[in-house]
Design a protein around this ligand. Structure first.
Ligand code: EPZ
Length: 423
């Protein structure tokens, strides 16, 4: 186990390159199952979750390699259709192999993901869609067993916009017989990136990025070559790192057009956030240095992303005034609050609402990461805090951020990764 040791109070300045999107990479890796042969993915981040998805593909008999941000998946030898509990429990996104396996091989056995730190996160909508497409779904011993001679096109309505639900069913529909209409879809850029790759494989898809997606099934798909879009959540994290430390960072290889809600909210805090060719530049509020307090409500894309809620809360902890943070997507995504309070943050929770009263300075402390974005929030708070902080349970951070401490150090952060002492 390792921990991060951070000496806070240093304004971060310079340039950072954003890695490929984790939440685009994972469905794209699952999509390789839909075609025989070798698919190639470029700009892939070296993350724990990517390696976990690679292990899952290898366990199913497919080839997987990741070197210098290029991922190769060869599904010619795929002969196993199970996603086992020991892998799924470490990464819920394993459920993304369900649709492709049923669509290509007519069968799948995928462990139910179980809950996670941020909420129950059911997959009922994934299963509802597959059933409407004619799959027989059985739940037994904690596993979903799905079978179908061939999936049929269907009309499917999502009670709530689900990102991986939309992705799973778009992949399943690509090889179904007939046309599928998905309604109330998730509109995230990662859904669009997946649709772009599927179309390159020969799929017939219209409307990705909107609430209604129409997929006309084909009999066969071919492997793809694809460049993953940049990670908008990592870009937002570094934008907030600049704001919270009083810095000035040029965030390169990023797509600010995916980040309207974040840019608007950062500007409301009087942070200077401007689009540049190939990225964005974020400078802290030049006058008093402290951001203005601003209210946010997390919503499905294009609303303010729930994956940036914890990081934005860290910024509001040092803002001038009180901000209300309303988390509407997940029922328990405030695990970072007790840890921020250990650093002197003034936060009051009321159900899905957090009321944050900014303080002049946070104080360094020993804190514990609980989930991926909570750990990013603690890093940001520690970078701004007076004194030294230690962040424990780093494996949460490593799931979604590629070489984060290296990128931060290059921006001037006093940060190092050290082994946890035993005992
Ligand atoms: C994706 O998770 C992301 N993960 C999450 O990012 C992100 O927080 C989330 O979308 C919301 O944007 C990946 O893309 C791999 P959902 P997903 O299905 O698809 C409910 C990170 O930090 N729901 O869009 O699992 C669900 O409970 C991770 O990178 C059902 O009720 O989220 C939630 O309240 C964390 N039934 C809401 O929908 C279902 O069948 C949105 O969940 C499916 C979802």
């Amino acid at each position: 186990m390792e921990k991060l040791v951070i000496a806070g109070g240093v304004p971060l300045r310079g340039e950072v390159n954003i890695s490929g999107s984790k939440n685009a990479t994972l469905p794209l890796m699952a999509a390789s199952i839909l075609a025989a042969g070798k698919s190639v993915l470029r700009s892939v981040p070296e993350l724990r979750d990517v390696l976990t998805m690679g292990s899952l593909l290898k366990k199913m008999g497919a080839g997987f390699s990741l070197r210098d941000s290029v991922c190769e998946m060869d599904t010619s030898g795929l002969n196993e259709f199970t996603a086992p509990y020991e892998l799924v429990k470490t990464m819920r996104a394993s459920v993304l192999v369900l649709g492709p396996l049923v669509a290509r091989y007519g069968q799948a056995r995928v462990s139910l993901p179980g809950g996670c730190a941020i909420g129950a996160r059911p997959i009922n909508l994934h299963l509802m869609g597959l059933e409407r497409m004619g799959a027989e779904i059985e739940l037994a011993e904690g596993y979903v067993k799905a079978r179908a001679k061939r999936l049929n096109g269907a009309s499917i309505y999502f009670d709530v916009p689900t990102v991986t639900g939309t992705e799973n069913l778009m992949m399943a529909a690509a090889l179904a017989k007939g046309t599928t209409v998905l309604e109330n879809c998730a509109r995230e850029p990662e859904v669009v990136d997946l649709a772009d790759a599927l179309i390159r494989m020969g799929a017939r898809i219209e409307g990705a990025g909107g609430s209604l997606i129409e997929i006309e099934g084909v009999d066969e798909l071919r492997p793809y070559g694809h460049d993953v879009i940049p990670d908008r959540i990592e870009a937002a994290t570094f934008a907030i790192a600049s704001a919270i430390t009083g810095g000035d960072i040029l965030i390169k290889t990023s797509r600010p057009d995916f980040m309207d809600a974040i840019m608007i909210k950062l500007r409301e805090t009087r942070v200077d956030a401007v689009k540049t060719p190939g990225g964005l530049r974020v400078k802290a509020n030049g006058n008093s240095g402290r951001p203005a307090s601003v209210n946010i409500t997390t919503m499905p894309y294009p609303g303010f992303p729930t994956d940036v809620q914890a990081q934005f809360m860290a910024l509001m902890c040092v803002a001038n005034g009180t901000s209300i943070i309303n988390e509407t997507v997940f029922e328990n995504r405030f695990m970072h609050v007790p840890e921020l309070q250990r650093m002197g943050a003034q936060i009051v929770l009321q159900g899905g609402m957090a009321s944050v009263t900014g303080v002049e300075k946070l104080k360094g402390a020993q804190v514990m990461a609980t989930d991926l974005r909570a750990s990013a929030s603690l890093v940001l708070a520690a970078l701004a805090a007076e004194g030294e902080s230690e962040i424990h349970r780093l494996y949460h951070l490593d799931r979604g951020y590629e070489r984060m401490e290296e990128k931060l150090r290059r921006l001037g952060a006093q940060i190092r990764r050290v082994p946890e002492q035993r005992g």
